[in-house]
Design a protein around this ligand. Structure first.
Ligand SMILES: *Cc1c(COP(=O)(O)O)cnc(C)c1O
Length: 397
């Protein structure tokens, strides 16, 4: 019999009741160090006082008015995001998938309004993840996402991740843009190097294509810059954000240059909830912390330490860890010979919460407020786990 809650998730049998900073507490009162942040969402950790204050104050004032009316908090958040990034304009959504949808529609409308009606296709990357809408799964092109949901939305040409020659070969008269995650999250913490990022920009300039970066997982401070593409110096046309942007409140955004967004005029797009006062109050509070002097510098420093500590861990357990991946506080260790879900479940039982990613990777997205003591604690747990696994194998979950 089907469960009342639609059974689409393979859940780990732990229920958290409370969170405080870097820690989660389950319904039995057991304490866990959070290295997952609910898929990188809780960028300021749990129950951050700035966010708690912002949401409670706004909740007692005004939750929602619809986009029929002016929302000053939304104007302010858009001004702050554009001032801090490449973008000239922002559309707010409730999720990452909707930000992707906005980006895809924007690419099509951009070319349409410029008289290039046939240029509706986008080149996307294998092992990508762009959300669960029909367009998002077609863009990612992974069979595990699309199987049974055909016919797929037309308009995506998938090439191997970061394969510049394949990108060039895939360009057709109908191509309007290229979409890529600067660091693939679900796909296994795969980093596109800065040189390739610049090559993609050059290809887009040469062929009049829009360059879309999906920064829903790697953006909002995760790599130590507000957006991961900033490391390369490349200026994109469109960037999608979500996850960390709301610090736990469902919020997404599609950022664009004026040129990219030229077709997004009154009536062409919209949302009931997107950018409502409650979401905008929290979004502004997240930026209050993230854009405060020194915050991102601290993320860079802690990210370097995390990567270095994982490198040392790999040296001690090189028989099990084949690779350390990532940038900043977006990290992965590749365990080619064990079931990564079993490894993650065992780590959770030991009080450390990482996550599974593709390509046999154990993924880490700790809150950006992480301190040295948390790194020590996590490395001790990993060290003990790898030592035990070598002797007894990884327990089946
Ligand atoms: C999570 C994610 C999405 C989808 O976001 P939702 O909020 O789940 O719709 C899209 N792209 C990337 C890179 C993501 O990590």
């Amino acid at each position: 019999m089907i469960t009342p809650l639609m059974p689409v998730y393979n859940r780990i049998p732990v229920a958290f009741e409370r969170g405080e900073g870097m820690y989660l507490f389950d319904t039995n009162g057991k304490k866990y160090l959070d290295f997952y942040s609910g898929i990188g969402v809780m960028c300021l950790g749990h129950s951050h006082p700035t966010l708690v204050k912002a949401i409670t104050e706004q909740a007692s004032k005004l939750w929602h008015t619809a986009n029929t009316f002016e929302i000053p908090l939304g104007n302010r958040l858009a001004e702050r995001l554009t001032a801090a990034s490449f973008a000239d304009t922002v559309f707010f959504t409730n999720s990452g998938a909707e930000a992707i949808e906005c980006a895809i529609k924007m690419v099509r409308k951009h070319h349409y309004d410029r008289g290039n009606k046939g240029r509706y296709r986008m080149i996307t990357m294998a092992n990508a993840f762009h959300g669960r809408t029909l367009a998002g799964i077609a863009a990612a092109g992974q069979e595990k996402l699309t199987k049974g949901f055909e016919p797929l939305v037309d308009g995506f040409d998938v090439v191997p991740f970061g394969d510049i020659e394949a990108v060039k070969a895939a360009i057709k008269p109908e191509t309007g843009g290229i979409m890529i995650e600067p660091v693939q999250g679900e796909g296994g913490i795969r980093l596109l190097d800065d040189a390739k990022m610049r090559e993609l920009r050059a290809i887009c300039d040469e062929h009049d294509l829009l360059l879309v970066f999906d920064e829903i997982q790697c953006g909002m401070g995760r790599t130590g810059k507000l957006f991961a593409h900033e490391w390369s110096g490349v200026k994109p046309d469109i960037v999608t954000a979500a996850k960390g942007i709301g610090g736990g409140f469902p919020l997404g955004a599609c950022l664009a240059t004026e040129h990219a967004a030229l077709g997004m005029t009154v009536g062409t797009h919209g949302s009931t909830y997107g950018g409502n006062p409650l979401a905008m109050a929290v979004g502004n509070a997240v930026l209050d912390e993230m854009l405060a002097p020194g915050f991102l510098d601290r993320v860079v420093a802690m990210g370097d330490k995390l990567q270095a500590r994982l490198g040392a861990l790999q040296q001690r357990h090189s028989d099990m860890i084949s690779e350390v991946r990532g940038r900043g506080l977006m990290a992965g260790i590749r365990l080619p010979d064990v079931a990564t879900r079993d490894a993650v479940v065992d780590l959770i039982n030991r009080g450390l919460v990482p996550a599974v990613a593709g390509d046999n990777v154990v993924r880490m997205l700790p809150p950006l407020i992480i301190e040295d003591s948390h790194l020590d604690e996590a490395m001790e747990t990993y060290d003990q786990a790898f030592t035990d696994w070598k002797q007894n194998g990884v327990p089946k979950s």
